[in-house]
Ligand binder design. Structure first.
Ligand SMILES: [Zn+2]
Length: 47
């Protein structure tokens, strides 16, 4: 089982309710505010 990590705050995500796609990859977030931050500037969080 893959551990999912929020790319914004680096917290482990156990219930991936908040998701975004970027460059064909799926990212999960602990909260709506992390998702919104990612959606604004995804290149800041994806290397
Ligand atoms: Zn978060």
């Amino acid at each position: 089982m893959t551990k999912l990590t929020d790319p914004v705050c680096r917290m482990g995500v156990f219930t991936p309710i908040f998701r975004s796609d970027y460059n064909g990859k799926e990212y999960v977030f602990c909260s709506m505010s992390c998702k919104l931050r990612f959606d604004k500037t995804p290149e800041k969080y994806v290397k």
